[in-house]
Design a protein around this ligand. Structure first.
Ligand code: PPS
Length: 307
């Protein structure tokens, strides 16, 4: 089991200080709290597309699929900038003084329409203008255990995230929602409810892995776009894990040098369903499952943790 090795690695990492605050009970970085009022007042436009996810659920993958569709399969156009800059990350910004200064808000405001915007916000914190403008939203959800594993490794490699602590400690934080963007359980359930009232396409990471063509076709239909077979195959190819892992515009190696350490764990890590089995002990799994049952008893939402 990889557990000993992971605890070892987390001990070797330098301690970091990411200050945490809260907005409406949801843990945010202090920086996000500072800019929150502006984010809440964000002016969505009717042709904005929002890609919403719990962190590590398949955001970047979906962003690349959407951009490939919007560019009609033109790979060069999709390589015009990093994922981060093609699709503003609404609530994320860095300090004014930061070397790689970033403000999702400013980027979005300066962007000509039609815009595609990324967010990890829970549904109740989505700026009201998105609902007022009846914007289309694609939500992607991933099974809790794989999502947790991916989030854990992301904390390890990203100094912009709080220290994850040990694997054991991180499971606890995830289960109690004491992580950035809050409870996974509330997030997936909240968006699941919202899909019945709004223009939301609710997708699952596991379905995308099992049958990417079918899921891309769902996105095409939702966006009211059509592509020929050749372009569809191109989208499939260029949004595969292997190609995206090798693409500096999607693998996050082009940005955040000194913040993301891909030698600790690459951003494009494994991209599979079921990696949780290499992480959870039998006891951890049992505890997690019991807690999961209680937290998910009040929803019709069903996830697959293996294919
Ligand atoms: S973030 O930081 O929240 O935007 O991260 P996000 O993009 O949501 O999630 C990263 C995980 O998605 C995996 N990924 C993919 N899986 C399959 N196919 C493709 N094309 C793909 N692109 C990204 C990525 O590897 C992370 O998952 P893990 O399990 O850590 O590998």
């Amino acid at each position: 089991m990889a557990l000993d090795k992971m605890e070892d690695l987390s001990l070797k990492e330098p301690l970091r200080q990411v200050e945490i605050g809260e907005v409406e009970g949801i843990p945010f970085t202090k920086r996000m709290c500072t800019t929150w009022d502006q984010v809440w007042k964000f002016k969505a436009r009717p042709d904005d597309l929002l890609i919403a996810t719990y962190a590590k659920a398949g955001t970047t993958w979906t962003q690349e699929i959407v951009d490939m569709i919007q560019q009609n399969g033109d790979v060069e156009k999709c390589r015009r900038a990093t994922t981060y800059r093609r699709h503003p990350f609404l609530e994320w910004s860095t300090q004014e003084s930061a070397a790689a200064r970033y403000s999702g808000l400013e980027l979005a405001e300066a962007m000509p329409s039609p815009r595609t915007i990324k967010t990890h916000l829970p549904v109740q914190l989505v700026p009201p203008s998105f609902w007022e403008q009846n914007c289309k939203i694609i939500y992607v959800a991933r099974n809790a255990k794989d999502n947790l594993v991916s989030y854990y490794h992301f904390h390890r490699m990203n100094k912009g995230m709080p220290d994850p602590g040990t694997w054991e400690e991180f499971i606890e934080k995830f289960m109690t929602g004491k992580v950035l963007w809050g409870s996974w359980y509330d997030h997936v359930k909240g968006w699941w409810k919202a899909k019945d009232k709004h223009r939301i396409l609710y997708l699952f990471y596991e379905d995308m892995k099992e049958n990417p063509k079918q899921e891309i076709q769902k996105i095409l239909k939702f966006l009211e776009r059509d592509v020929n077979q050749e372009v569809l195959n191109k989208i499939l190819h260029y949004t595969s894990f292997e190609i995206m892992k090798g693409n500096p515009m999607t693998n996050y190696t082009n940005e955040f040098q000194g913040i993301m350490d891909h030698s600790v764990s690459p951003f494009m890590r494994k991209g599979v369903v079921g990696d949780w089995k290499n992480h959870f002990t039998v006891a951890q799994n049992k505890k997690f499952d019991e807690d999961y049952k209680k937290k998910m008893a009040d929803t019709s939402l069903v996830f697959r943790s293996e294919l």
